[in-house]
Design a protein around this ligand. Structure first.
Ligand code: GP9
Ligand code: MN
Length: 631
């Protein structure tokens, strides 16, 4: 009988399989990863494989079996440490590790005191693959020939590894379009590309931003500061401080665009409550207001409103620059005695909010754990908006006053699904299911805002508050232009139309003001910070902000989109072409020229502030550069 011969590279294969199985089991036992369908389960199972094939595959380049074996042991120890660190971190924070969090010493402080709470006796199991590899090395006789894998063999191996990676990414893309460019959520990343790849991706993102940060020294701020000062809009003395001390309730309305307001769909009113607010005596309704978000979508709108700066052209600033120094609206309100909080029933790690809210100095995040969420009261992405508002107002009654609460709705989110019992109007009838359903979820959203107002009144929180409502970003993308053209009764949606469709409604509702108006100023989310702070009598003249008070006489009709497009009261600039409003006719670019430059300057300054983390050099109390920045 022939003696059994171990095949070439047995140990490498054993290492891959052992770590793969261990990782897959860990996903299921140590993390709460939400699996919605068999494809997601499949992705979760194969995702460790693509990285392991590469990492362990490096051993194919080594000549001596000794080196191969030590490399495999070292690599498996390192991978086990990474995985186990995540498990321990997850037990405490319910989140995966991201580099900046690792370097925040206070996190370690908290972790350190609770080592016993986050470790278990059976945790050695997380190193089981290391043990398997060592045992394999001991029992499998050294096989000199085995190391002679030739170039072609290696090439084939890495081609297979590459194919598996692409399969993994391709499948992930079907589940989560734009996963990597938008990088929404650590859970989603781990679920789709695996822990090991997630860390590589995290290292890439973080090192890119820390390099830019390291090169900045604050001197760049001088020019930006001059620009900001020179372009500041003076306050409206009648409005400044008129509502000092009131609670501030900001409601970010998911995916709500202006085209549904005061409009009908097959004879049905889509937003009866919001329509009534447009001519309410206590409401300033802005009908030429725009979102300015990029890939960071909801998180970008939060960023714009809090900081009066733009998000980034690539990626989500909430992810890439969650550790920066900012001077948010929340921080300012906090310093003025407000209890600052965000209310949103989702994982706190979504959009990296848990990390970013610390940077924005938001005192409390009422996240999914603060709400009672069940199958009955949730749909689509989670808790339905009506129970969300009901539960939120209940929590508001417990808050110290004055408070600043920023509420973020969820039901009117792509793909716009509702339970039967929440459907109030029929679907639209076009070839886009997305647009057809959108009207129904918008109708539900409208109803939920009515509930919010009723609840606030009932709980005695209404009179003494300012309620600001605004759409966070578009809900209907350009992919649905045909259906949109049909709805708007147009031949086609042109670039000019697309730009104007980025309009989202803004309502500043001030109970008792009696001064309600429809305001046609062309404006955007970047303007909210100074507007709100000024109504409360809080000075912003030293602040590094790019927006302007909407009530200022000097506010200019000009809104810049993150991609360089812009809208003024007379022109629209899109895809390098200038159009006249309201005709939509293309005109000579010269008319747009002065604005094109200004748009570039402002986007560029905003990027510089964020990429260089420049506000760490700025003292907003005095409006001066901090000493360490002045060379
Ligand atoms: C998630 C919600 C949606 O918490 O805010 O984010 P979006 O996908 O709209 O950016
Ligand atoms: Mn959103």
């Amino acid at each position: 009988m022939k003696a059994f011969k171990w095949p070439i590279h047995s140990i490498t294969l054993i290492a891959i399989v052992a770590t793969w199985i261990k990782t897959a089991i860990t996903y299921h036992t140590s993390f709460e990863i939400n699996i919605e369908n068999p494809m997601q389960e499949f992705i979760l199972i194969i995702n460790p494989l693509s990285s392991l094939l590469f990492i362990y595959g490096l051993s194919l380049f080594f000549k001596s079996s000794k080196v191969v074996n030590s490399y495999l042991i070292m690599a498996s120890i390192l991978l086990s440490i990474v995985l186990y660190a995540n498990v321990a971190f997850y037990r405490f924070y319910n989140d995966f590790i991201t580099l900046p969090v690792l370097f925040q010493t206070n996190n370690f402080g908290e972790l350190g005191t609770s080592v016993s709470a986050i470790t278990n006796w059976y945790d050695f199991m997380f190193f089981i693959d290391v043990i398997v590899i060592i045992v394999a090395i001991k029992i499998i006789p050294k096989f000199k020939n085995s190391l002679k894998i030739n170039k072609n063999g290696r090439r084939a191996y890495f081609l297979i590894a590459l194919a598996i990676s692409f399969l993994n990414l391709g499948l992930a893309e079907t589940q989560r379009p734009e996963l990597l460019t938008r990088s929404f959520d650590r859970e989603l990343l781990v679920k789709n590309i695996g822990t090991y790849n997630y860390h590589l991706y995290d290292i890439y993102i973080q090192s890119k931003s820390s390099a830019q940060r390291a090169l900045a020294d604050g001197s760049e701020l001088v020019e930006i500061d001059n620009y900001v000062q020179a372009n500041q809009a003076s306050v409206n003395s009648e409005m400044f401080g008129k509502y000092k001390g009131r609670n501030v309730i900001l409601v970010q309305l998911e995916s709500l665009q202006s085209f549904v307001i005061n409009n009908e769909m097959n004879g049905e009113e889509v937003t009866p409550f919001l329509n009534s607010l447009t001519n309410d005596p206590d409401t300033y309704y802005f009908n030429d207001f725009y979102h300015q978000t990029g890939l960071g979508k909801t998180s970008d709108s939060e960023f714009l409103v809090e900081n009066s700066l733009f998000g980034l052209g690539r990626g989500a600033v909430f992810f890439t620059h969650g550790g920066n120094t900012y001077n948010s609206m929340a921080e300012k309100l906090g310093k003025n005695g407000y209890f600052t909080n965000v209310m949103h029933s989702n994982n706190d790690s979504f959009w990296n909010r848990d990390v970013m809210y610390d940077a924005l100095k938001i005192s409390k995040f009422y996240d999914v754990n603060d709400y009672t969420v069940s199958d009955e009261n949730s749909v689509n992405w989670g808790l339905k908006d009506i129970p969300f508002f009901e539960q939120s107002v209940d929590m508001m009654t417990e808050m110290p006053q004055p408070f600043y609460s920023r509420m973020i709705t969820l039901t009117n989110h792509y793909p716009f699904y509702l339970d039967e019992e929440d459907i109030m109007i029929p679907e639209y009838t076009s070839d886009s299911g997305t647009l057809n359903r959108y009207f129904q979820t918008v109708r539900y959203l409208d109803e939920s805002i009515k509930v919010l107002f009723e609840e606030l009144k009932e709980k005695g929180l209404y009179e003494n508050s300012i309620i600001v409502l605004y759409g966070d970003h578009y809900g209907i993308s350009e992919n649905h232009n045909n259906a949109m053209a049909m709805y708007l009764d147009k031949e086609e949606i042109t670039d000019y139309d697309s730009a104007l469709l980025q309009s989202v409604p803004l309502y500043i509702h001030i109970p008792g003001s009696g001064d309600g108006q429809v305001i046609e100023k062309t404006s955007g989310q970047i303007d909210l910070r100074p507007t709100i702070l000024h109504l409360l009598g809080i000075n912003t003249s030293n602040d590094m902000q790019l927006g302007a008070d909407l009530f200022s006489e000097e506010h200019q009709d000009f809104v810049i989109f993150r991609d360089g497009r812009f809208v003024t009261s007379d022109y629209v600039f899109a895809r390098e072409k200038c159009y006249e409003r309201p005709s939509g006719e293309e005109i000579d670019i010269a008319a747009c020229k002065p604005y094109i430059e200004r748009a570039q300057v402002e986007l560029n300054y905003s990027d510089k502030i964020i990429n260089g983390d420049l506000l760490r050099f700025y003292d907003e109390e005095t409006g001066n550069l901090k000493k360490e920045a002045v060379k």
